[in-house]
Ligand binder design. Sequence first.
Ligand code: MN
Length: 218
Amino acid sequence: MSGRTLVIGDVHGCLAELLALLSECGHRPGDTVVFTGDLVAKGPDSGGVVRLARRLGALGVRGNHDERVLGWYRAAPGERKRLKLKPWHREAAEQLRSREWEYLAALPAFLRLPEHGALVVHAGLVPGVPVEAQREQDLFNLRSLTPAGAASHRIEGGTPWAKAWAGPETVIFGHDAVRGLQTFPLAFGLDTGCVYGGRLTALVLPERRLVSVPALRR
Ligand SMILES: [Mn+2]
């Protein structure tokens, strides 16, 4: 029997909850773990999360917070001070060592899981636009479509982009902790706000079963 694929929403340095979720899923050798991005920042142990992801050989995509922290990594030492990182980005950057940086930097902006007819992105896709032609800023930040059909990174004044997604792939994404779990026939939003005291959620493929664990702190 071939292994399963566990797609996991925004971890944000919540290592203890990630370990609990893997256990709750019955994670075993042969399973493929995939992250929807924002592995780091805001939570307590970004370094531990990336170390575990690397050790598991996990796949995944970069999120907007991963990008912010990677911006510091990619900058020349003399430019770093001028980036004015937020404290939670600086703290994450201080927790990463070279192998973890390399792992995070190598994550793509989108990932196809052809065996599941699925596509993983951190935030979203503008319906009707091929993934290769999407703007990176939308892949990392999209939340809504305005009534005129424009991409919006906000919640207010728009509807979830995933509601308008007509395939053909099933898209699995994170990023929208305010809306929380989103389940549409062809799109699953898995950011259930663990770092804000919500839950950490996985979608188990091929059976499309949702598994989640509560945050350990508020
Ligand atoms: Mn995000």
